[in-house]
Design a protein around this ligand. Sequence first.
Ligand code: AMP
Length: 419
Amino acid sequence: MEIKAIRGFNDILPDEVGKWQFVEKTVREVFESFGFAEIRIPILERTELFSRGIGEATDIVEKEMYTFTDKGGSSLTLRPEATASMARAYLEHQFYTFDPVAKLYCIGPMFRYERPQKGRYRQFYQIDAEVFGVGNPMVDAEVILMLIHFLRRVGLEKLELQINSLGCRDCRPRYRDGLKAYLTEKSFQLCEDCQRRIQANPLRIFDCKVQTCQEAIADAPKVIDFICDECSVHFNRVKEYLAMADLDYILNPRMVRGLDYYTRTAFEVVSYDLGSQNAVTGGGRYDNLFQEIGGLDIPGIGFAIGMERLISLLPKDKGLIQRSHLFIAAPGKDTHQEAYRIANQLHLEGIRAEFDYEGKSLKSQMRRADKLNARYVLILGEEELRKGRAVLRNMADKSQEEIPIDNLPDILKRKIFSD
Ligand code: AMP
């Protein structure tokens, strides 16, 4: 039986790769100009990094992690997100001894055992950016500004920034209690999962898609009404700094984000480019994460962008696959070998040249040149070759000219790289 890929695990085919490369290149340009440096972290980590960091009562840790015991008996997990790993690396390598502020980004695959559907996969890619070591609200606004700037640079226009404050370790328990009391009264309306969540993690109910749960929470208390003075001052500053950067936002009191580690500022960016609403990215501040994973008391803030979702929103003209510069059509035995020699010479000059390995008929080679969408075809006829010349055909306007072979790289470079 033919072996197929695992459900929820996708191939990214050469046709689509241009868009991925375009996004990755733009990430590097934009993030690095904001002072972020790339970090590459492992795909496997000890399970407890995520269970302690993300929180036992979250959907990710409860049911979505790819966890297994390795041959040495350790419980390992394929990373479901990158923040906890980046925080672990920051602590492990004591970045703070060099500079208390670390601005890091990474791009790579994440793994979650979710029900695969359009836009939701089991292996998916994220772009992650994190700032460790700054509690000042200025950095919250700066990180959001970088995110919006990046999304605009890749061509997304109809963006909506939504923000909320989730409070801190001091004020959130009061909110949880208020929410629990409200939900307990409504529990007969809630789905089984949400009934369980009332005790374990009541904030998660806001993300439940079940209609009756949505109705039940319509008048639920809002976290913003419970936050302490310090969190309130922090949030007001964030809003001021966003305004200073000319960023519009809307307050979304229902946005609670799915992970336990968030504190204070939470944000999402929704795109209306496809007509319907699409959360491309989300993030927030997490001032307790470092302590949860056994480290120092270090504040952090960051975001994760879903690559697949972002790519589905890109304008059509972005990241187009580059076509072959040149196809060398060479039907005769001698000319066939000459095609091999010329192609290799051109590759070293940075020209994307293709030729036919089997030396098929001229007609079939021209068909292939067409299929590869080559801009030019170099036709190596035996007679011309004896005179040291070949015919160059422009595939767009079908014009042809005879050119000397010994001067080929220069002639082609002038043509190809000038238009
Ligand atoms: P999260 O880490 O859950 O806050 O997700 C951040 C972003 O990653 C989301 O806005 C999505 O764009 C993307 N994302 C999360 N889960 C998946 C998934 N299973 N498949 C594809 N993209 C995902």
